[in-house]
Design a protein around this ligand. Sequence first.
Ligand SMILES: [Ca+2]
Ligand SMILES: [Ca+2]
Length: 159
Amino acid sequence: MALGHKRNAGFSLVESIVAMAILTMVYMAVFKIFSNQKFAVARVELTTKAIFLSQELMNRVVAKNYDENSEPPWTPTASLGLEGDDVFYDDVDDFAGYSNSSISNFPGFTETARVFYVSTSGSLDDSIFTATDFKKIVVTVTHNEIPPIVLDALISSHY
Ligand SMILES: [Ca+2]
Ligand SMILES: [Ca+2]
């Protein structure tokens, strides 16, 4: 059995350069995958926080009374919002126009709320001017890095 004649035991310079170039490309591809994953994880975390904030705000709003008045006539549309003598938010429409961009422990997030009357004889998405027994609450939480999270709820004056 003849021994093979090895002409070239190691890598040539050209082979080394090619190998290094390939390794560099592989390294860059792997790095890109990991950094994309890092961003994806960050976005999931931000979205989770935004969902939490939107649910938390919605819970706070729906826990309030239907209106400042305990019986009809309800607050006219033009007067929806906090009443002048309100110390706390005590009815759902006090949150009409609510906006908070400095939520403690949640930097970068903004939560807003809209509250308006809707009619069961029309679209439940459209604001109507006349006071009715139904108020729609729309809560939105935004952050620069993710799409906004929007929650809505319909509440009735009758429980
Ligand atoms: Ca009030
Ligand atoms: Ca009010």
